[in-house]
Design a protein around this ligand. Sequence first.
Ligand code: ADP
Ligand code: MG
Length: 242
Amino acid sequence: MVNTMENTNSIAIALKKVRFLWPKATEPTIAIDELNIHHGEQLFISGPSGSGKSTLLSLIAGILVPTSGEIKINDCVTNQLSSGERDIFRGDHIGFIFQQFNLIPYLTVLENVVIPCQLSKLRTQNSIENYGSVLNEAKALLQRLDLSSELWHQKAHQLSVGQQQRVAAARALIGKPSILIADEPTSALDANRRQDFLNLLLSACNDHGTTLLFVSHDLDIMQSFSQAIHLNDINDCGKGEG
Ligand code: ADP
Ligand code: MG
């Protein structure tokens, strides 16, 4: 019993019998019987285009809700929350890096990085506790991600792709969310910058104990992660529920 408890406590993300069908679809895009991801794990998720990687990340982030089954994040069954509660939960606990970064182009670098704290009291508190202020943490993260202070007051659209991606990473990490989700964040970077960016991201996650879910079809970078799964190996889509 004790062992079971310990195992349960160490799980950050647990999916049970999760099925998801897009409206009007006849087959599920996601049908995962069981998936457990431990706190602090750095998980690489690969799979062909259209296999459901982004759909899975949206389910874990609570942007989408499963058609059936259960998703537990930090011991909260998020699919049972109202949509407003899920938004708050996501804002508090999950940082997101998108393929196209989704920075607000007319805001400065620093203004972009602090946005998650404006949307989450918990992340603001974390920032203040650990760095004295949200702005201090934003600067520390940008420094950590190797973004020169000369750029901090520039508008996001004035930066190169690689610089924007590091801003997006700082924005995702601010206020110490326990989970970081990155959906093909390196696909716009060239090979050298890809590994540099990845090293910075992994070491920032290590320092914070952040659970990282990293989707990519670039198998060259897979070896940098503590765990790797191929979506097709765990996703039984197309099979009836019986
Ligand atoms: P991946 O990220 O692995 O490329 P996606 O999760 O984006 O795959 O897509 C998986 C499947 O879900 C695809 O067949 C795609 O057409 C479908 N899909 C994705 N987004 C939508 C949507 N908004 N509405 C309907 N179907 C969608
Ligand atoms: Mg995708």
